[in-house]
Design a protein around this ligand. Structure first.
Ligand code: NDP
Length: 268
């Protein structure tokens, strides 16, 4: 099951586009929010391969779609399609939320991550240090958001040159070894968990009380969170971030407060 191909899209107002997309939790989350707000709207999951975004968006706009979320592999293409973009989308170089009529792009992953982080713990200003694992698309949003919020950010990637490029573009500094010493926060943005693996963090060097977040959710977050747990550290998966980025997209489209609790319950 890989979602409906965009050429077969049913009539609706909003959608998430990606490839693959069948696994997406976004339709359940957004449709539950519309029901709770008593809005006669529908949100679909549509398969859009790389390179077909502009064509798909023209087709969807003609069908009456007003906005879309985009995920892998379309986030950079989405920014290229837009005629205007939020400062964060421009900074990250990727967008996950589009307004079709005004060809406007936003990135709600970065503020969504910060919202989830605020729910995880409160960190004293001034001395906040984070180690970010991975240098893919979501790492860009996380590093930009933490850097903007004044965190001291280290970035580790299995291909060091990718961490160097990311840090040069977005802030923080690249490190050769995933050494959590001194870090108050450890964020796993790698997709290692999808293969049942976790990055080989030097766990013995983590200080007690270090907070952890894996951006993946469900089973994909388990290898990292279990490795941390076996060293006495606790953390959360990416569910809160998923809800927050979706809630911020809904608020941008509809101008009304998103029912986060309802959205969370819809995907648990
Ligand atoms: P990308 O493919 O852009 O990046 C994945 C990164 O993981 C790359 O740096 C890759 O390295 C690295 N990686 C993969 N396997 C390993 C491994 N075994 N050891 C070390 N590093 C590894 O993916 P995204 O950044 O878009 O997404 C990453 C995760 O975040 C996914 O699980 C996704 O579902 C989740 N996510 C969650 C969100 C939420 O709202 N909760 C939002 C966005 C993403 P290399 O380049 O060398 O292959």
């Amino acid at each position: 099951m890989n979602g409906t191909p965009w050429r077969d899209a049913p009539r609706a107002e909003y959608a998430v586009l990606g490839d693959p997309i069948g696994h997406s939790l976004s339709p359940a989350m957004h449709n539950a929010a519309y029901a709770s707000l008593e809005l006669p709207l529908r949100y679909e999951a549509l398969q859009v391969p790389a390179g077909e975004l502009a064509l798909a968006l023209d087709h969807l706009a003609a069908l009456g779609y007003r906005g879309v979320n985009v995920t892998l592999p379309l986030k950079e293409e989405a920014l290229g399609w837009a005629e205007s973009a939020s400062p964060m989308a421009v900074r990250v170089g990727a967008a996950n939320t589009l307004h079709l009529a005004r060809r406007h792009a936003e990135n709600t992953d970065a503020p969504g991550f910060m919202e989830a982080l605020a729910g995880l713990a409160s960190f004293a200003e001034g001395t906040r240090k984070a180690l970010v694992l991975g240098a893919g698309g979501s790492a860009r949003a996380v590093v930009a958001a933490l850097d903007d919020a004044g965190w001291d950010v280290r970035v580790w990637a299995r291909r060091h040159e990718r961490a160097v490029e990311l840090a040069a573009a977005l802030g923080g500094r690249a490190v050769q070894v995933p050494d959590p010493e001194g870090a108050h926060l450890l964020v796993n943005t790698t997709s290692a968990g999808l293969a049942g693996e976790a990055p080989t963090v030097l766990w013995d060097r983590a200080q007690p009380g270090t907070h952890l977040m894996d951006l993946a959710y469900g089973g994909a977050a388990r290898p990292f969170l279990e490795a941390a747990q076996s060293r006495g550290l606790a953390g959360c998966d990416g569910t809160a971030m998923l809800v927050a980025q979706g809630a911020l997209a809904l608020e941008s489209w509809l101008g009304t407060r998103a029912p986060r609790e309802v959205m969370l319950l819809a995907i648990l």
